[in-house]
Design a binder for this molecule. Structure first.
Ligand code: 6R9
Length: 628
């Protein structure tokens, strides 16, 4: 933050001929004519019926986009490519964690896989509007499954394949999914994570799930229920899998997917995105920010279980007709140069990852990077948390060879697409996400919604609607209005604290609500506490995020024990394992403190702010609402 004046000017090569070379002009014209700007972008894609109206804001905040238009995101992500010069272009490259298997799909063969899976889903009774839960690791089938659902007009709900049976089951039940697509297991650092067993447990009492499709990945022995479970490789060879499968044309506002994300209460929020606007938004932002060119090879390291995977592994790159890499494993297994090796091997030009990964790789030193030829890289990207200037510089200098600018993209599950970011031609400030995307206006306000002067910290709000905006929370319109649109009427409340500098660049500080970002994964304090509280020794608990050098934030849990229990090293380990099993290994608290009681408000709400201040040795602030 002390380096606001530190500016990196892009090299002439990153500016010349880039799609948003004239960014100042684009910014100005989109501000003058928002509808015209988005109508032009939408016209670059195919619609089976043109829209009558670009934005309908008659029932704010329930905005509708491209009203009256009909299309399907798959018509644009796959179908339109196979009738043109991209038919034989590589769409998806895949590498296994053990580095021994490679699979590649042209747009033509991607379509074949999607058609096959869609035929199978259709034969199992999946129809337009039905929900399907996808619980798959980073393998090509996760892409096929998402696209197959979309092709039929069904709504996918991808659940990160690291969540526990409890978390999976509540998401299946809430979405009332009739089908679950999973794998026998997944590879994590050389060992098997038992996905199918977790699904078995999750669907045991599910009132809605009729079928489970199982992709063979690890070859581990699993239990197959003959009336419910089907191996995908068996289904693939049946006659039902064959033949053409038309892409169902849907209304622009037809739901595309639900994605559960943490909120400040225990119940995750079911973010709903739609076909038309989401398609236009992800297509446009990916192209302008990452300057996608035909010869590029794009790699976003995110998992399809998070929004970054939805928008910028699956939909955005395919909409743009790009070539994408998906890698099954993580950054440091078996050695901290696996990613660099893949960049070299595949000639990746555009590499998009998270600060937590950058920091963890930085710890191993430059030598691991330097033994690889990374000269193909021309653009880098960062997402998920603020990137600290030290990590920014290392990424730029050591990985990007001082050539590749870094696109620091700020956005959320709810926004569906980038909201604040740079473009290659824009000067960069390490640690700042840059400027609102074309057509957006962001503002920093105080608690009453009044804009604060530049340089002052406040709450980040968005002023204009955008096509990929969440339409609602599935089955919960009231919570949607209350969470995002009620505090500052007419403006979208992001929940982040930030400031703007005198050049109009935004500096994100972090979440203001009770959400913890561990390694770029968003966790609710309430979810972690719910997992802890489900242990028989725990009476109650409070989880907070504290700064962590590598992970961004780590979890510090305060635990009040039931009578008859005393805190011990063993119990700490037991509780950590318990959270891993009942929520996710990512959510394991780094530290657990046993306390007599928790600070609470008179109305009984835990004051995590006080715990945070204590943990950081800061002033505890206003304690007037504290109990007793
Ligand atoms: C895309 C994604 C959203 C929250 C968001 C903010 C943080 C995301 C950021 C960033 C600083 C960036 N965040 N990108 N903070 N700089 N470039 O991560 O979605 O999982 O919903 O999290 O992540 O706090 O509010 P999601």
């Amino acid at each position: 933050m002390e380096n606001e004046r530190d500016i990196y000017y892009p090299s002439p090569e990153s500016v010349r001929g880039s799609l948003a070379e004239n960014w100042e002009e684009l910014e100005r014209s989109a501000a003058e004519d928002l509808e015209g700007y988005w109508a032009d972008r939408a016209s670059e894609l195919v619609w089976s019926k043109p829209w009558d109206q670009v934005i309908d804001d008659s029932e704010k905040p329930f905005y509708r986009w491209f009203v009256g238009g009909e299309t399907n995101i798959v018509s644009n992500a796959v179908d339109r490519h196979i009738t043109g010069p991209r038919k034989n272009k590589l769409a998806l490259l895949w590498r296994s964690e053990d580095n021994k298997e490679t699979r590649t799909f042209s747009y033509f063969s991607l379509n074949r896989e999607v058609v096959k899976m869609a035929n199978i889903l259709r034969a199992m009774g999946v129809e337009k509007g039905d929900r399907v839960t996808i619980y798959l690791p980073r393998i090509p089938e996760v892409v096929f499954a998402m696209l197959a659902c979309a092709k039929l007009g069904a709504i996918h709900s991808v659940v990160f394949a690291g969540f526990s049976a409890d978390a999976l089951s509540s998401r299946i039940d809430d979405s009332e999914s009739k089908l679950v697509i999973t794998a026998d297991g997944s590879w994590i650092n050389g060992s098997v994570f038992p996905l199918k067993n977790i699904v078995d447990e999750a669907v045991r009492f599910s009132p809605t799930v009729e079928n489970v499709i199982v992709v063979r990945r690890t070859g581990t022995e699993v239990h197959m229920d003959s009336t419910r479970d089907h191996w995908y490789h068996d289904l693939e060879s049946l006659p039902i899998a064959r033949g053409a499968c038309p892409t169902v044309q849907v209304d622009a506002e037809h739901p595309l997917y639900i994605l559960y994300t943490s909120g400040s209460t225990g119940k995750p929020k079911a973010i709903l995105h739609t076909h038309g606007g989401y398609m236009v938004g992800t297509y446009t932002t990916l192209r302008y920010t990452f300057d996608i060119r035909e010869e590029d090879r794009f790699w976003c390291t995110a998992d399809a279980g998070w929004v970054t995977g939805h928008s910028y592994v699956v939909y955005g790159p395919l909409l743009a007709g790009a070539t994408t890499l998906m890698y099954e494993g993580g950054p440091t297994y078996p050695h901290p140069d696996r990613w660099w090796e893949l960049i070299e091997h595949y000639g990746i030009t555009t590499f998009y990852t998270a600060p937590t990964a950058i920091r963890s790789l930085m710890r191993f030193g430059d030598a691991w990077v330097n033994r690889h030829d990374l000269s193909s890289l021309r653009l880098l990207g960062s997402v998920g948390e603020p990137i600290n200037p030290a990590a920014w510089r290392w990424f730029h200098e050591v990985v990007g060879g001082g050539r590749a600018p870094i696109m620091d993209t700020w956005w959320q599950t709810e926004t569906g697409m980038f909201q604040i970011t740079g473009v290659p031609a824009m000067p960069q400030k390490p640690g700042s996400a840059g400027r609102p995307v074309f057509g957006q206006e962001a503002e920093i306000v105080d608690g009453d919604g009044n804009p604060v002067p530049d340089g002052t910290e406040g709450f980040l709000v968005l002023k204009n609607p955008w096509p990929a905006m969440a339409r609602t929370l599935y089955k919960d319109d009231d919570r949607f209005v209350e969470t995002y649109w009620s505090k500052y009427p007419g403006r979208y409340m992001t929940g982040d604290a930030a400031k703007r500098d005198e050049d109009g660049y935004f500096w994100i500080i972090g979440r203001t609500d009770d959400v913890i970002m561990v390694s770029g994964h968003r966790l609710g304090t309430a979810e972690v506490e719910a997992a802890l509280n489900s242990h028989h020794a725990v009476s109650e608990s409070a989880a907070i995020g504290v700064p962590h050098e590598v992970k961004g934030q780590s979890i510090l849990a305060h635990v009040v024990l039931n009578q008859g229990f005393t805190g011990s090293r063993e119990l700490v380990e037991e509780l950590r394992a318990h959270v891993a099993a009942h929520l996710s290994p990512i959510a394991k608290p780094d530290e657990i403190l046993f306390v007599e009681k928790l600070p609470k408000t008179r109305s009984g709400k835990i004051m995590r702010r006080v715990l945070r201040a204590r943990a950081l040795g800061q002033d505890e602030g206003d304690l007037s609402t504290l109990e007793e």
